[in-house]
Design a protein around this ligand. Structure first.
Ligand code: MGD
Ligand code: MGD
Ligand code: SF4
Ligand code: MO
Length: 717
């Protein structure tokens, strides 16, 4: 008997509504939910193809132990957990908790129980080194927010629905479906900007799918700081803006404004390739309209990522578009309780600690993943000897994967918690099977403060876990319990007893809903939302409003003076560093990544249905560059950076700016169990990226993955 269940996708950030069909206990199909208030019947190919991940014969469904020859054998949970705990106890006795590390990958951030219980795991084991995909993604955004607002988690979001001019700087929402903003049907939202007579301008080194659908303004990779500073220069020198209004909400304007002096549109042109008159026109338009500059990974992975994110908000502020309708706004969180607890518990730190190697500031207690290999191989107190990898594939996703591989093979213990044995899991002593997303209940916690339209939805598990798969949080708890160092229960109970709940993620979720937007406040607001009421009465979720409120700046800023802070030594020295940057003539091209519609970073490549329409892994180059270098379409080329070299086919296209090479990241498969992905292969972009501490962005520890200097060589046959 087939049945249907309303649920939602958790592969990427819009959390699109889906209807699952289940026969017996087998998920047989997923289709878009037409009654979902924000995704309104939209789902992308990845979302519906997840059926094939759920039922993938290559999935890991039993704990695996690596044998001496590198192969894996199935073992019982009991055997695996007992051995892991014994080894952890030994490592801790000999070296202390500083020898244990964890890397949390991207899918863990979109999985509420893994997110909330990871803190219990790291605290319970006394883990010092916590690495996440954030240092390859969002951390420069968070560092900029810490400087500006005194709170790293405060990320303003674009108010697309009322905007007259949306400037997209380093994002490709038509493919990515939006990031650090949760907006269902984001492409349609952008089309409605132009339908209202507005503009969507995409400033990007590549004519992306988003640029193709709207307007494209090409830019030299990693030059956004020059563009933003020259926009500010124009606004100030042309007296286009009301400086008094800026002063009223900020401190440090008198110190910040002189930094702009050298950044004329003329001087910026040499760096950005954007004509001075285009800068002047854009500055005027940003000031004259309800407008927003929105950046994402393209502005988070360059050499000056924190500076660039900082400047994006300053441009929005100075142009009169911060915290205003149609501008960049501060969402009112849907589940504020967790934020409050975490803030009070001191979890939202920036620069509270420095890393052992390189002296990088922590972001939320996390360290740069680019530094992982160095932390494993640099002798001394707190050298990493054991690593847990939860829902991640750092061998392909962080800079200099080959070096990380070497470091991994020198560790005393590696444990991966995943759906597959991936390129990182290959080095694990144990691979523990995690539940796939339709095997667990969920709530989109990640989106709480990022919804462009405030919304809440919960889902129950759709099917029971395959084989012996377990949710991450149970695995975490069990390992902590067995190492019996920290009285876990005591810790948990203490924090949670205060708000009257028993420590499980389910109870936590119940409390978040009851104390969140529209919640029943544990009976104080009769008829208010509970998990049971959401499931029974609102399976497609509850849309609270059509837009986020404005006028929240004073309320959300955490600096004691209630002002936005513009004057920072770190920002000033970054501006100086920017001015003194000199290109290396040995590496004249700039390498950027490509996200593909039918791929999710390194991990949906085992699905046949997603393969059919995906182009082969290749490097894109402008024909003018190719001609100069004597390269032809379909040639096999070698890309060389100062760190590494990769070889792959060449594809010529005028869709990239001259001087740019574009290559999809997340490839280079030779993992353990995903057989189709291994056949597809591809090459690892990040073999070209450097993990030298000098190449890690100083303010946020972000990896330099975009705009990497490279050269292209023909491979003589
Ligand atoms: N050059 C370059 N590098 C990049 C980027 C780039 O733009 N360019 N982007 C960066 C970004 S933004 C990100 S987020 C990172 C991603 O980097 P990572 O998070 O390190 O890796 P992913 O490729 O997302 O791999 C996720 C792994 O989680 C597993 N998985 C999937 N679902 C679950 C689950 O429910 N539970 C568990 N336990 N495991 C699961 C998958 O099988 C896969 O092995 O890559 C970064 N690297
Ligand atoms: N289909 C699909 N969707 C995804 C993912 C996926 O792998 N596949 N990954 C998910 C994840 S983890 C994330 S974090 C989001 C990311 O979401 P987005 O950031 O929207 O996605 P990207 O395609 O990485 O967009 C970055 C853009 O920046 C451009 N760019 C590169 N360097 C520069 C630069 O120096 N300056 C400027 N101005 N632009 C530059 C690139 O050409 C690219 O178009 O997407 C999520 N959604
Ligand atoms: S856009 Fe993202 S959330 Fe929506 S269906 Fe696709 S993968 Fe899932
Ligand atoms: Mo990401």
């Amino acid at each position: 008997m087939a049945r249907e269940q309303v649920t939602f996708c958790r592969i990427c950030e819009p959390f699109c509504g889906l209807i699952a069909t289940v026969e017996g206990d087998r998920l047989t199909s997923l289709r878009p939910d037409p009654d979902h208030p924000t995704s309104q019947g939209f789902a992308c190919p990845k979302g519906v193809a997840y059926v094939d991940i759920q039922n993938d014969p290559d999935r890991v469904t039993h704990p695996l132990k690596r044998l001496a020859d590198g192969s894996f054998e199935e073992v019982s949970w009991e055997k695996a957990l007992a051995d892991i705990a014994a080894r952890l106890r030994r490592i801790r006795a000999e070296y202390g908790g500083g020898a244990i590390a964890m890397y949390m990958g991207n899918p863990a951030a979109l999985n509420y129980s893994a997110t909330v219980w990871s803190g219990i795991f790291t605290k319970g084991l006394g883990i010092h080194h916590l690495f996440t995909s954030g240092s390859q993604d969002t951390n420069s955004r968070f560092a900029a927010s810490a400087l500006l607002y005194g709170m790293p988690l405060l990320v303003p979001i674009p108010d697309f629905d009322s905007s007259e001019l949306v400037v997209i700087l380093g994002a490709n929402p038509v493919v990515s479906h939006g990031s650090l903003v949760t907006a269902g049907r984001i492409k349609d939202r952008l089309h409605s900007v132009t339908a209202r007579g507005g503009r969507v301008l995409v400033i990007d080194p590549r004519r992306t799918e988003t640029a193709e659908a709207f307007e494209w303004l090409p830019i030299v990779p990693d030059s956004d700081a020059w563009l933003l500073l020259s926009l500010l220069h124009t606004m100030i020198s042309g007296q286009l803006v009301d400086e008094a209004a800026v002063r009223a909400v900020s401190s440090g304007w008198s110190e910040f404004a002189p930094l702009l002096e050298d950044f004329t549109p003329q001087s910026a042109f040499a760096h950005t390739g954007i004509l001075p008159e285009q800068v002047a026109e854009l500055a005027r338009q940003l000031v004259a309209h309800k407008a927003v500059v929105y950046g994402r990974t393209g502005t988070c992975l360059g050499q000056h990522a924190t500076l660039v994110n900082f400047l994006i908000d300053v441009v929005n502020l100075v142009a009169g578009n911060l915290d205003t309708r149609g501008g960049s706004v501060f969402a009112d969180p849907v589940t504020p309780l967790l934020d409050r607890l975490a803030e009070r518990g001191g979890a939202f730190t920036y620069g509270a600690r420095r890393t052992r190697v390189g002296g990088f500031k922590d972001v939320f207690g996390t360290e740069p993943a680019a530094n992982m290999a160095a932390e494993m191989t640099t002798p001394g107190q707190d050298q990493v000897r054991a690593l847990f990898v939860t829902a991640g594939n750092p061998v392909l996703s962080v800079p200099n994967g080959p070096k990380l591989e070497q470091a991994l093979s020198g560790l005393d213990l590696v444990v991966a918690i995943d759906l597959y044995v991936n390129e990182t899991g290959k080095y694990a002593d144990y691979v523990l099977p995690a539940t796939a997303m339709y095997e667990r209940e969920d709530i989109p916690l990640f989106a709480s403060a990022l919804y462009s339209q405030p919304f809440i939805q919960v889902t129950e598990a759709v099917v029971t876990p395959l084989g012996q798969a377990r949710p991450e949080w149970e695995i975490f708890e069990e390992i902590v319990r067995r190492t019996k160092q920290t009285p876990l229960r005591a810790r948990l109970s203490k924090a949670l007893r205060r708000i009257g709940i028993r420590p499980t993620p389910q109870m936590m979720r119940a409390a978040l809903v009851r104390l969140g937007r529209g919640g029943d406040r544990f009976g104080l607001r009769p008829g208010g939302l509970t998990v049971a009421r959401l499931l029974a009465d609102h399976p497609h979720g509850v849309l609270f409003a059509r837009e986020q409120p404005i006028g929240r700046l004073r309320k959300v800023i955490r600096h004691d003076d209630g002002l936005l802070h513009l004057d920072h030594d770190d920002i000033r020295s970054e501006v100086e560093r920017l001015k003194s940057r000199t290109p290396d003539p040995a590496y004249p091209l700039r390498l950027i990544g490509i996200r593909e519609v039918r791929s999710e970073n390194s991990w949906m490549h085992n699905v046949r249905a997603l393969r059919s329409a995906r182009p082969a892994h290749a490097a894109r180059m402008h024909p003018d560059d190719a001609e100069r270098l004597g390269l032809r379409h379909n040639d096999q080329v070698r890309l060389v950076s100062k760190t590494g070299r990769i070889e792959l086919p060449l594809m010529l296209t005028t869709d990239v700016k001259d001087g740019v090479v574009a290559v999809p990241h997340g490839w280079g498969h030779n993992g353990g169990t995903w057989r189709r992905a291994n056949r597809e292969g591809g090459t690892n972009y990040n073999a070209l990226a450097s993990s030298d501490p000098r190449d890690i962005e100083q303010l946020s520890g972000s990896a330099h993955l975009s705009g990497i200097p490279v050269r292209a060589e023909r491979i003589e046959d």
